[in-house]
Design a protein around this ligand. Structure first.
Ligand code: PEP
Length: 259
């Protein structure tokens, strides 16, 4: 499984202004810089608010650590009269490697639907950014036991029209909404169940070699004390962390899930 580089991703959400963001990142870089962390084996990414990205770029460029970063959203459009929106081109220019697409808070609060999110995935690839497509079910769907079907439909809509090469480089984050920010963690077996189903589906849509390359993350109340069991699952290639990514020490310990 570790042909796929593990990805430990921290989503800061609407926390940390650009001054606080720099402080957090400096602490994180400092904490991760001890010899116990082997950066060649794990990719550590942060997703700060848009307004922090320039500061993050400046800090990361001057640092020996290979921290990478991305934005929490992008416009499906390239440029023009779209007040308040941010183009993938701008994110690329700020050194972003990744961009979140369709986080449940975008889907639920901003009503972003599958068709728009597919356009955003394509826009991200169009600007050489790696989209992290977020999918997952609400509690009622889990209770009705239709969570796999529901989540696979989101995946299929999200990857529609991609080339196999794009699908192989895509990151998909399975985040059961009932486990986000609630302290409720889906069990490692639940994460594995969904990630296996997603990988099997990608093999069907594209091909097995492509599906073997796509990195699949789990997200939902991940902490340093539960990350190891989640990461030990065969099809889970990383984690997307919300709350716990705002604490440099905790996030660094998540990134050291192997030790
Ligand atoms: C998230 O929103 O992506 C998330 C996983 O949040 P938390 O870790 O706080 O549950």
């Amino acid at each position: 499984k570790f042909d796929r580089t593990p990805l430990i991703a921290g989503n800061w959400k609407m926390n940390m202004d650009h001054v606080q963001g720099i402080t957090l990142l400096q602490k994180l870089a400092w904490t991760l810089s001890d010899a116990r962390h082997d950066f060649s084996r794990v990719e550590v990414a942060v997703f700060p608010p848009f307004t922090d990205l320039r500061g993050v770029q400046t800090l990361v460029q001057g640092d020996k650590l290979k921290l990478v970063y991305g934005a929490q959203d992008l416009s499906e459009k390239d440029s023009g009269a779209y007040t308040g929106d941010i183009s993938g081109a701008f994110l690329k220019k700020l050194g972003c490697s990744f961009v979140l697409v369709g986080h449940s808070e975008r889907r639920q609060i901003h009503g972003e639907g599958d068709e728009l999110l597919n356009a955003k995935v394509k826009a991200a690839f169009g600007h050489e950014l790696t989209p992290v497509l977020c999918v997952g079910e609400v509690l009622e769907i889990r209770q009705a036991k239709t969570h796999v079907q529901h989540t696979l439909a989101q995946v299929r809509a999200g990857v529609a029209g991609l080339s196999a090469e794009q699908a192989g480089s895509l990151v998909i984050a399975y985040e059961p909404i009932w486990a986000i920010g609630t302290g409720e963690v889906a069990g490692p077996a639940d994460a594995q169940e969904m990630c296996t189903a997603i990988r099997a589906d990608l093999a069907e849509i594209f091909d097995a070699a492509t599906a073997a390359k796509t990195r699949l993350l789990y997200g939902g109340s991940v902490k340093a004390n539960n990350v190891a069991s989640i990461m030990s699952e065969r099809d889970v290639d990383g984690v997307l962390v919300g709350g716990a990514s705002l604490d440099a020490g905790e996030f660094a310990n998540i990134a050291r899930f192997e030790s």
